[in-house]
Design a protein around this ligand. Structure first.
Ligand SMILES: *[C@@H]1O[C@H](CO)[C@@H](O)[C@H](O)[C@H]1NC(C)=O
Ligand SMILES: *[C@@H]1O[C@H](CO)[C@@H](O)[C@H](O)[C@H]1NC(C)=O
Ligand SMILES: *[C@@H]1O[C@H](CO)[C@@H](O)[C@H](O)[C@H]1NC(C)=O
Ligand SMILES: *[C@@H]1O[C@H](CO)[C@@H](O)[C@H](O)[C@H]1NC(C)=O
Ligand SMILES: *[C@@H]1O[C@H](CO)[C@@H](O)[C@H](O)[C@H]1NC(C)=O
Ligand SMILES: *[C@@H]1O[C@H](CO)[C@@H](O)[C@H](O)[C@H]1NC(C)=O
Ligand SMILES: *[C@@H]1O[C@H](CO)[C@@H](O)[C@H](O)[C@H]1NC(C)=O
Length: 594
């Protein structure tokens, strides 16, 4: 684009709307389009993946839908939850429903905004190629605009709207969502260091993305989408980032929002806040160019012993994102470290990041391994959403690969990341591309109350027999560790959808648009080659009965003796496994009744 064209584009945008309007409207093609090889450049299949991955966020919208530059694209969704915030005399309408249900959960939402914005900052030109920049803008603003409402004063941040208990008992459409839908804030008396920090990081990276002609070049090809810059919006996002970080950094005691608010917010009880605070400080450094934030980030990295950890990247853990961002900043903004009196130390950040990635590649990662079919699986973290941690690592590896210390490492990381993405897209033992509506073999039964059309919580799998609406672009939880996948609507561990499950896909698709002219794997997958496995899944959603061959009398005898012991063990495990139980609670409440 010539400078004159850019100027024209900018001035046109300025004279019309507060946000970008799509030059070509996009709506998802039917699944059968996934069988046709693309003959165009950029590859139309990758453009569709990108378009669909953003469309999913439109389907999750809450509040009045006919807002923003392009209004509501999802004809089967209705305005809903229009009283949110009324219990606090605030307007907390808008935002997104978290998963297959109707609570609004801030913590995974901020993780999602962070992941999409950070990816777009370095790989944004893929959105331009696919003509998806306006939809990216619309998606991000839908999230950030709500987050702004959820942060009505310096220390107050609403971390959830809607009660888990009330929501758990409901399975139905968006017109009968049960009330009341209380708002849950953290504030100076009830601190949430993790929630404040994660929101600060999301706002900060958003403000960098929206800074017009921002210069952030970890690699020579890094670029945000061409026309997304808006200095007013960037400044608004940054001011929220600063006050949230100040709340997180200055309020004592530092503790998680779950520690402050308890069981009502147990759906996303994070393990700790150290990683969130560190990532927030680092992202604020990037957004402000102020070395004091960099000094905080580095000090917390040292103080909280963040080096050398083997943790996934998901809503609960920022660890590997911290490594990669330090490496990016050592390359793109070396003055932040030197300004804080520290060494830039690119070599050190490369060593940190590569130590992490190489453990995965070499099969030495704590609880991490490849399934037989080739999916990166972490026992525990992958059990109820197997694709999410694998896609997060893929995004980080693609992002970091060009910064690696040797060209052979660049190649290994790129190849490994590609293998994970290919698995998602159908190169797996089930022949299933795990994106709804992308291909005839895609999941047909995502665990989503609004999309299902069902109203009978006792018959989620079978009523109605066919999902009412196609939830295009939704990444489902994913297969089990033996690569088997049951496309059952009640098996939330495998078929639920969520904001965070989709968070890596837009960036991964944008990366492919930049570099890959080949079709995504699913184009070569024959329709009709998936079938439900035999037997029972035996996962968190549908646990198998123990069931031995003992007689009734023997069972009764053993039972009495065992019960007391079990009770004790259960109590101990409950305490020890608080975190993962909370996760199970989050998505596992709709116990199947089949
Ligand atoms: C920039 O964003 C602000 C805040 O959303 C909006 O009011 C304004 O119209 C936008 N400017 C342009 C040029 O799009
Ligand atoms: C939206 O409203 C229409 C008309 O009442 C209804 O048919 C549809 O199922 C609703 N959508 C959802 C997700 O409940
Ligand atoms: C602070 O947060 C707590 C817990 O959510 C809430 O009960 C209390 O009303 C809040 N205080 C103010 C002043 O908003
Ligand atoms: C920070 O510095 C970069 C160049 O290194 C510049 O592009 C950016 O606008 C600056 N950000 C702020 C908030 O001053
Ligand atoms: C964050 O808090 C620490 C004290 O815990 C302080 O030393 C530091 O200056 C604060 N950071 C900023 C940016 O104000
Ligand atoms: C650079 O990083 C390495 C590896 O983390 C570390 O051992 C070394 O002390 C760092 N050097 C400086 C000057 O900070
Ligand atoms: C795409 O290719 C460019 C150079 O051709 C490289 O710098 C970049 O890292 C590649 N991106 C991905 C995601 O592989």
């Amino acid at each position: 684009m010539t400078p004159l064209q850019s100027l024209l584009l900018l001035s046109c945008a300025g004279s019309t709307l507060a946000q970008l309007t799509p030059s070509a409207t996009y709506s998802p093609p039917s699944a059968s389009a996934g069988l046709t090889s693309s003959t165009s450049t950029p590859n139309a299949q990758w453009s569709n993946i990108l378009g669909n991955s953003l469309y999913f966020y439109d389907a999750q919208r809450s509040g009045k839908l006919d807002q923003g530059a392009y209004g509501n694209r999802v004809e089967w969704r209705n305005d809903s939850a229009l009283e949110d915030g009324s219990d606090w005399n605030l307007d907390l309408t808008g935002g997104w429903y978290d998963a297959g249900d109707y609570i609004k959960a801030t913590f995974p939402l901020t993780f999602t905004l962070f992941a999409i914005s950070w990816g777009a900052l370095t790989h944004g030109h893929g959105y331009d190629l696919a003509q998806q920049t306006a939809y990216l803008d619309g998606t991000l603003r839908w999230g950030y605009d709500w987050l702004i409402k959820a942060h009505p004063s310096d220390n107050t941040l609403f971390v959830q709207v809607g009660s888990g208990d009330v929501d758990n008992a409901y399975w139905g459409g968006d017109q009968d969502i049960p009330t009341p839908r209380p708002g849950y804030p953290v504030n100076s008396s009830f601190p949430g260091t993790d929630a404040w920090s994660s929101a600060a990081a999301a706002f900060a990276i958003g403000s960098v993305l929206y800074t017009p002609s921002v210069s952030y070049n970890p690699t020579s090809s890094s670029a945000p989408p061409e026309s997304i810059g808006n200095s007013t919006y960037a400044a608004t996002l940054l001011s929220h980032a600063r006050t949230l970080y100040a709340a997180a950094n200055n309020t004592t005691p530092r503790q998680t929002y779950y520690e402050s608010l308890g069981e009502s917010v147990a759906a996303y009880a994070s393990s700790n806040w150290n990683d969130d605070l560190t990532l927030a400080a680092l992202t604020l450094a990037l957004a402000t160019n102020e070395s004091s934030y960099y000094a905080d980030a580095y000090n917390y990295y040292v103080q909280y012993k963040i080096s050398g950890l083997q943790e996934v990247w998901n809503w609960d853990s920022a660890i590997p994102a911290i490594y990669v961002m330090f490496a990016e900043i050592a390359t793109a903004r070396p003055e932040l470290a030197t300004g804080a009196g520290l060494s830039t130390n690119l070599t050190g950040w490369q060593a940190e990041t590569e130590n992490y990635f190489d453990k995965i590649l070499d099969g030495n990662f704590k609880r991490g391994y490849l399934t037989k079919g080739g999916l990166l699986y972490f026992d525990g973290d992958s059990d109820e959403a197997s694709l999410n941690p694998a896609m997060a690592i893929a995004m980080l590896m693609f992002k970091y690969a060009p910064l690696a210390s040797s060209s052979s490492k660049t190649e290994s990381y790129t190849n490994f990341a590609q293998s994970q993405l290919n698995y998602l897209l159908g190169n797996n033992p089930m022949n299933v591309p795990y994106i709804v509506g992308q291909h005839p073999n895609s999941p047909q039964n995502p665990h989503s109350a609004p999309a299902s059309g069902g109203t009978d919580i006792k018959a989620i799998r079978t009523s109605p027999p066919t999902e009412a609406y196609v939830l295009y672009g939704a990444v489902v939880g994913g297969p089990l560790s033996d690569d088997r996948f049951w496309d059952w609507r009640d098996d939330w561990a495998q078929t639920e959808v969520a904001l965070d499950y989709n968070a890596m896909l837009p960036t991964l698709a944008s990366m492919q648009l930049l570099n890959n002219t080949a079709d995504p794997h699913y184009v070569s997958v024959q329709a009709g080659t998936y079938s439900i496995p035999s037997g029972q899944p035996c996962d968190a959603a549908l646990p198998c009965e123990g069931g031995g061959g003992l007689s009734g009398g023997a069972k009764a005898g053993i039972a009495i003796g065992v019960i007391l012991g079990v009770l004790l063990i259960v109590a101990a495990i409950c305490y020890w496994k608080r975190k993962s139980l909370a996760r199970t609670w989050r998505k596992g409440y709709r116990r199947p009744t089949v």
